[in-house]
Design a binder for this molecule. Structure first.
Ligand SMILES: Nc1ncnc2c1ncn2[C@@H]1O[C@H](COP(=O)(O)OP(=O)(O)OP(=O)(O)O)[C@@H](O)[C@H]1O
Ligand SMILES: [Mg+2]
Length: 357
């Protein structure tokens, strides 16, 4: 059992907080990804947990026991870095066995554990090569094996796949997830790739300016972002600034003259809110007369249409002059021809609208 509990963790350089009162718990066997822009404090968080950085305040506990007074090598934590940090003069086998040699593990046991680890990451055939004779993906697997051979209960990853191309990343990501489930270690994985963050995670921790701004399962972070910045971090979205009006004593939205009705509750006394809508939740329809006065139906002109095979990204300039982004999925059964200049209708399902402050 290895619950990782981070409470009030703060790191200041001078007066600037690189990490600002961060609190969350990673449950035993859970994989949590930490997502945020460059400079949001992801590495500072990871290094504080690992012990490379001494936090200004707050605590890091594993199963209730604080780690803060333990040296790095006594924390039971494995670390996989972005640049792998392999020893170039050592073979793959020597790299993987390094930590065990430092810990004076017996020779035959060492060999057995290294062999088992190499097999796990499918590198047995490369055991006698030097890192320079390996591909980026293979080097990454050596770094993983070197961390796992010490049987850590918690493994930290700092953007381990960022130097690899997209295809390779997808494969490695799936392998890592399988391995993590099988071995059952608790993991904290830093990335600034939103696809990676969502695909890997049980839960995503979203960082912004040193603060944790949202923590939850990927579906929740994607569909119910806590703020505009989180919505923007997780892919394309429409963020429509709306005035809050009132009709029959219930608040209604008005997007530059266009009435919108939403299922999501509208705060009663807010003057303005942002209506957040993912492009794939909008529906292109034939244009209808007099749509401008009807709630949730927009008529406009297609100003750009980018075809990606499985989908098209379409920008429609609404009657009020504002752009709206629609993602239309394609398949063999439906083949709408949407070309630049066409007049179209866009329907905004009321359940697709989320109200952000
Ligand atoms: N040793 C240091 N001295 C002063 N400021 C620092 C130091 N280390 C980090 N910072 C600052 O703390 C903030 C957070 O840095 P951090 O490295 O944690 O960001 P990050 O989210 O990992 O970014 P990236 O995605 O670029 O790796 C940044 O503004 C950075 O400039
Ligand atoms: Mg970083």
């Amino acid at each position: 059992m290895s619950d990782l509990e981070i409470t009030g963790l703060t790191k200041r350089y001078g007066t600037e907080p690189a990490l600002d009162d961060v609190t969350f718990t990673v449950s035993d066997g859970e994989l949590v990804t930490v997502l945020g822009h460059s400079g949001s404090g992801k590495t500072t968080l990871l290094r504080s947990v690992a012990g490379f950085i001494e936090p200004t305040s707050g605590d890091v506990r594993v199963n209730g026991n604080s780690l803060l007074n333990l040296p790095i090598n006594r924390r039971g934590i494995g670390i996989v870095f972005q640049n792998y940090a392999l020893f170039p003069h050592m073979t793959v086998r020597q790299n993987v066995g390094y930590g065990l040699r430092v810990r004076r593990v017996r020779k035959d046991e060492l060999r057995e554990r290294v062999d088992r680890e190499l097999e796990r990451v499918q590198l047995s055939a490369y055991a006698d090569r030097k890192p320079a004779q390996l591909s980026g993906g293979q080097q990454q697997r050596v770094a993983l094996a070197r961390a796992l051979v010490l049987e850590p209960s918690i493994v930290l990853f700092d953007e381990p796949f960022s130097n690899l191309d997209a295809m390779l990343r997808d494969g490695l990501r799936r392998d890592l997830r399988q391995l993590q489930r099988r071995l059952g270690f608790t993991a904290l994985f830093v990335t600034h790739d939103q696809r990676e963050a969502m695909a890997l995670a049980d839960r995503v921790a979203v960082m912004r300016s040193g603060r944790l701004v949202q923590y939850g399962p990927p579906q929740e972070i994607y569909n119910r972002p806590s703020q505009v910045e989180v919505a923007a971090l997780l892919g394309r979205s429409n963020l429509l600034r709306c005035l809050v009006g009132e009709r029959d004593a219930t608040p209604v939205l008005e997007w530059r003259g266009q009435p919108l009705v939403a299922d999501d509750p509208i705060p009663a006394h807010a003057g303005e809110v942002t209506a957040f809508i993912r492009p794939e939740n909008l529906v292109i329809e034939p244009p209808v007369e007099g749509a401008a006065s009807r709630p949730n139906v927009i008529t406009g002109r297609v100003v750009s249409a980018d075809y990606f095979g499985s989908a098209s990204l379409i920008t429609v300039e609404a009657g009020n002059g504002e752009p709206i982004l629609v993602e239309a999925r394609h398949n063999a059964l439906s083949d709408q021809d949407i070309s630049v200049g066409a007049q179209v209708g866009v329907r905004i399902p009321r359940e697709a609208i989320r109200i952000l402050g």
